[in-house]
Design a protein around this ligand. Structure first.
Ligand SMILES: Nc1ncnc2c1ncn2[C@@H]1O[C@H](COP(=O)(O)OP(=O)(O)OP(=O)(O)O)[C@@H](O)[C@H]1O
Ligand SMILES: [Mg+2]
Length: 381
């Protein structure tokens, strides 16, 4: 018989089966792919087709309707996941979509785990599809609002943009917090007005991550603050509480391309940390935003006064970040060279890549290029 200690330990270990008990959708057994908060994604056989089903809790009707609305708008568009149908029962709301492959974030985690660098051609294709999808979304005057590797999925040799629950029409935007902290444009971090150019910022952060498996502005990595800058400290929990559901899952999904999907912990985990801001308290959120603004300034130079003027929570009236004695500047090129070396610069973070990053990472959002303009870069020729 098990000792009490063993029984106790056993009770603490929740198996995957218990975490995700069998789910039946329309009488068919579904396989869990990702999620766990308001929405979960499954693969399921419906009418003899294997499809993806995103299942929302009934009280997440607002997010469900938003996603439904925009997926409808982008029916027939390349580089955007295609919705098939929707239905609901007493407990849940469902959207069925074409079943695609791994998310780019899982793919990057797998590379990190295997200690491999991405093939520059694969990276180029991912980045091209992301900007091509954004170009279509922005032509419709829509902001996606949460561009990141976790919201890009493989579909054959293409990549599709998913997850339109935070999408909104440009004309309806009001200053507010939206998206995933570590990918979020600075104008959103300071809760100022934003437009489609906020997605361009997030796309640049995602582009850097695709090429390096690292986050450009990693507010959690203490190595980024090695010059004795006095920045607010983060508790250890802030790191794990910021994981997205996809990362909390360590599930093997039944995906079309059959790639090992059971990837989780790796050196690049912090690179995939997202922040569902509902999971963290206000104080931690403030500290993360402060650290992000500091890191952005460090690599991109001081923000213009028009920017700091709108953020008295973070900046003094002279435009300097509050409480930081001195910002240690380091230009993006220098940072990349110091962290990734000349070989990386030659092989995948080329001059064309740095040029795109510098143009997309402007504090003044209207100075950033459109997705269409980015696509004209020699990097894609
Ligand atoms: N059509 C699909 N085919 C294959 N996998 C999918 C598909 N849609 C979603 N996924 C997987 O499910 C994950 C979560 O999907 P999605 O981003 O739409 O939900 P979410 O982030 O949980 O949504 P929310 O923003 O409501 O929290 C994706 O990262 C991807 O791995
Ligand atoms: Mg998502």
């Amino acid at each position: 018989m098990d000792s009490l200690q063993k029984q106790f330990e056993k009770s603490l270990t929740i198996s995957k089966k218990e975490r995700y008990p069998d789910v039946y959708i329309y009488g068919t057994k579904a396989k869990h792919i990702a999620g766990g908060g308001d929405a979960e994604v499954f693969s399921v056989h419906l009418d003899n087709n294997l499809v993806a089903v995103k299942r929302y809790a009934i009280d997440a009707r607002k997010e469900y309707q938003n996603e439904l609305y925009f997926l409808n708008e982008f029916r027939g568009s390349s580089f955007i996941v295609q919705m098939l149908s929707n239905f609901e029962d007493k407990l849940y709301l469902y959207i069925t979509m074409e079943l695609c492959g791994l998310s780019v974030s899982k793919y990057l985690r797998q590379l990190s785990k295997d200690d491999k660098a991405i093939d520059p051609f694969v990276a180029n294709r991912i980045i091209f599809c992301m900007f091509a999808g954004l170009d279509i979304i922005h032509i419709h005057e829509v902001i996606h609002g949460d561009i990141k590797p976790g919201n890009l999925i493989f579909d054959g040799d293409s990549i599709k943009i998913i997850d339109f629950c935070t999408a909104e029409r440009v004309s309806f935007v009001k200053p507010k917090y939206v998206g995933t902290l570590l990918y979020t444009a600075p104008e959103i971090l300071i809760e100022s007005m934003y437009n489609t150019k906020a997605d361009i910022w997030s796309a640049a952060i995602s582009m850097f991550e695709v090429l390096t498996c690292e986050l450009l502005f990693d507010a959690h990595n203490e190595c980024n603050f090695e010059y004795g800058e006095q920045l607010p400290e983060l508790s250890d929990e802030s790191d794990s509480s910021e994981m997205d559901d996809e990362q909390k899952d360590d599930e093997e999904g039944e995906l079309k391309d059959g790639v090992d999907d059971s990837v989780s912990d790796s050196a690049s985990d912090s690179a995939n940390n997202s922040s569902d801001q509902s999971d963290i308290d206000e104080d931690t959120e403030y500290k993360i935003i402060y650290r992000l603004l500091y890191l952005q300034e460090k690599l991109l130079g001081p923000p213009p006064s028009m920017f700091t003027f709108w953020a008295p929570r973070f900046y003094n009236s002279d435009g300097r970040l509050k409480d930081t004695p001195q910002t240690v500047y380091m230009c993006l090129r220098e940072f990349i060279n110091a962290n990734f070396g000349e070989k990386a610069q030659r092989d995948y973070i080329t001059a064309d890549v740095i040029d795109i990053l510098i143009k997309c990472l402007q504090f003044t959002h209207n100075d950033r290029p459109t997705a269409g303009q980015v696509l004209k870069s020699p990097y894609f020729q």
